[in-house]
Design a protein around this ligand. Structure first.
Ligand SMILES: [Zn+2]
Ligand SMILES: [Zn+2]
Length: 134
């Protein structure tokens, strides 16, 4: 996170991602915005379009794709541990809430896909990870 403007854009992105209310930023408006997900199929970075129900201003709310440096194994393990405690892990690079998808698996082990819809970083992992086995 760099400028105030980027922080603001990121917090609007998180509101859209978590289906929270997004409020129009036009001076003197402050109306509720209708958010539509325009993410392409298999898109790794979410793209939303918000339209103000009051003044009909349209705003694009999108992530900022960035893949380098990738998540390291320590941060992936940490995100999984937080998830298993039923809390919300966030991307270590941009503080965006991580999305967990349980994948079907033939061997009855937990397998997850982890996605950050803001930067597009993603990975798949088995749980427990091999290095945690004793
Ligand atoms: Zn408005
Ligand atoms: Zn991220």
């Amino acid at each position: 996170m760099k400028s105030e403007r980027e922080r603001e854009a990121h917090s609007r992105f998180v509101q859209a991602l978590q289906h929270e209310h997004v409020i129009c930023t036009k001076a003197g408006c402050g109306g509720p915005m209708q958010v539509t997900d325009h993410t392409p199929h298999n898109g790794k970075v979410k793209k939303y379009e918000a339209e103000c129900e009051q003044c009909h201003a349209v705003e694009q709310i999108t992530g900022k794709e960035e893949h380098a440096p990738p998540w390291d194994i320590a941060s992936i393990t940490m995100m999984a541990e937080i998830h298993l405690l039923h809390e919300q892990p966030t991307c270590p690079y941009d503080d965006t809430p991580i999305t967990f998808i349980s994948l079907p698996n033939p061997r009855r082990k937990a397998r997850y896909r982890l996605l950050c819809y803001y930067c597009g970083r993603h990975t798949e992992m088995n749980w427990p990870p091999p290095e945690a086995k004793r």
